[in-house]
Design a protein around this ligand. Structure first.
Ligand SMILES: [Fe+2]
Ligand SMILES: [Zn+2]
Length: 442
């Protein structure tokens, strides 16, 4: 069975019921300390490591203001001129009136049938002071002067207020050659994967944890079989290579992938505004030598860079560079950073690394170019470090899925005919599936 951690229903009415069933979500949350995700429970109370919702105690109803505060846990509520400070277990939240009003979940402000805001009816950004506040430890109830009444489930608040803690549900394994070889390749058997939720969960769990996963023993192989395996997660992402592809080394397209040359570790589609989420590879035939598949964990490389050279890491999260894909009738070009991090947690989000497809560097001021090249070079050292390289020989029946926002791929040069089948899957949709299965929160 897979675990759905936060099946949050954003309804005032249903929230109370949900609260009774699931008292303490915070144990599921993890905080991020430096580059390592650490269980939140281990960190709480440590001033050095915890990054709190920055508010000081005591949490008591402030005498003298006009808002009436009631409820069995009203002493956890403090009202000031523009906000409610709320304490729940170890969580300390600052809830601005304007934010609370913006998130009013009453039936006028929010449709619980479509899970969408009713924007017309909302009176936004006024910073209006509530007329009364009630907190029983599970639900924060607020009455507003114009008659709106809102109930905020405490779990919903914990998961949706501004936060700077790590909230992934799966502890990722950042790997180098040794780590991944001793952990063993993340695999799932074809039948288990195709026939059960557990199998799909296992595959997605591998993808979130390691950035790749292999479906093994897929039946006698043909291109359509690859696609069946691929679309078990979600629909394909069509690109200028078509809805999906089989390719040999015939140099048919303007891309090194269509040759028999060595290909260094890279991510695909760096020339798209949003590169595809997963690349699916299936080597259907190969009658020669070489052609091993290379994988390098981009998140591991990025974290290595962050710990050795924080300023270089930071520069690569801020410097926007172009990538391009040109053919006679194609001029695809994107602008983006080589590394991306979550805006509040600083957690790694994406690597966009493809030295083959970098455009002329017209976006970086000459005064900043030296620093950019030094930072890119330092990252490249990590990418090319043989200790970070995993080489595997794919065979027919092994369908490899690679998280194209995290793990880089490449291949050794080869001889003979090598027929590869595959497609891309869109980022938003595979992540959506991972969220539905309780594997991610970001
Ligand atoms: Fe590629
Ligand atoms: Zn409302």
């Amino acid at each position: 069975m897979y675990r759905v951690v936060f099946p949050l229903r954003r309804t005032g009415v249903r929230l109370a019921k949900w609260s009774e069933q699931s008292l303490v979500t915070p144990s599921c949350l993890t905080l991020h300390s430096g580059s390592k995700p650490v269980r939140q429970q281990q960190l709480l109370g440590s001033d050095e490591t915890i990054r709190k919702f920055h508010i000081s105690s005591p949490y008591q109803h402030t005498e003298g203001n006009k808002v009436s505060v009631s409820g069995s846990r009203s002493d956890n509520v403090k009202i000031s001129s523009d906000r409610i400070s709320l304490k729940y277990g170890e969580f300390e939240m600052e809830l601005l009136f304007v934010w609370l009003r913006d998130h009013c979940r009453c039936n006028t402000c929010y449709s619980h049938d479509t899970n969408q805001r009713n924007v017309q009816s909302q009176k936004l950004f006024t910073g209006e002071t509530p007329s009364s506040v009630e907190f029983d430890g599970l639900v924060l109830g607020i009455s507003w002067p114009d008659g709106h009444v809102t109930s905020y489930d405490i779990n919903w608040l914990v998961n949706n207020v501004y936060h700077n803690h790590h909230t992934d549900h799966v502890d990722k394994v950042l790997w180098d050659k040794e780590t991944i070889e001793s952990a063993g390749l993340p695999t799932v058997h074809f039948r288990e994967y195709m026939d059960s939720d557990e199998g799909l969960w296992k595959h997605l769990n591998n993808l979130v944890k390691f950035g790749f996963s292999i479906v093994t023993e897929a039946p006698p192989v043909h291109h359509m079989g690859t696609l069946e395996v691929a679309t078990r997660i979600c629909f394909k992402q069509e690109t200028h290579f078509g809805p999906d592809w089989t390719f040999t080394s015939n140099n048919e397209r303007g891309d090194t992938a269509y040759s028999d040359l060595y290909l260094g570790a890279h991510t695909d589609n760096t020339y798209f505004t949003s590169p595809s989420g997963i690349q699916v590879f299936h080597v259907l035939e190969h009658d020669g030598e070489g052609g091993q598949t290379l994988m390098v964990d981009g998140q591991h490389c990025a974290e290595q860079l962050r710990s050795k050279y924080p300023a270089k890491f930071d520069l690569l999260t801020r410097t926007i560079i172009p990538h391009e894909y040109y053919e006679e009738k194609l001029r695809v070009r994107s602008l983006g950073t080589v590394l991306s991090v979550h805006p509040t947690t600083g957690q790694f989000l994406q690597i966009r690394y493809n030295p083959y497809d970098r455009s002329p560097l017209y976006t970086v001021h000459p005064d900043d170019q030296q620093a950019f090249y030094q930072a890119y070079e330092a990252l490249t050292q990590e990418v090319r470090n043989q200790e970070n390289e995993l080489w595997i020989k794919l065979k027919a029946g092994m369908v490899l899925f690679v998280d194209n926002w995290r793990v880089m791929h490449g291949r050794a040069s080869f001889t003979g005919r090598r027929l590869v089948s595959g497609c891309y899957l869109p980022r938003d949709d595979w992540i959506s599936k991972a969220r539905v299965m309780g594997l991610m929160n970001l």
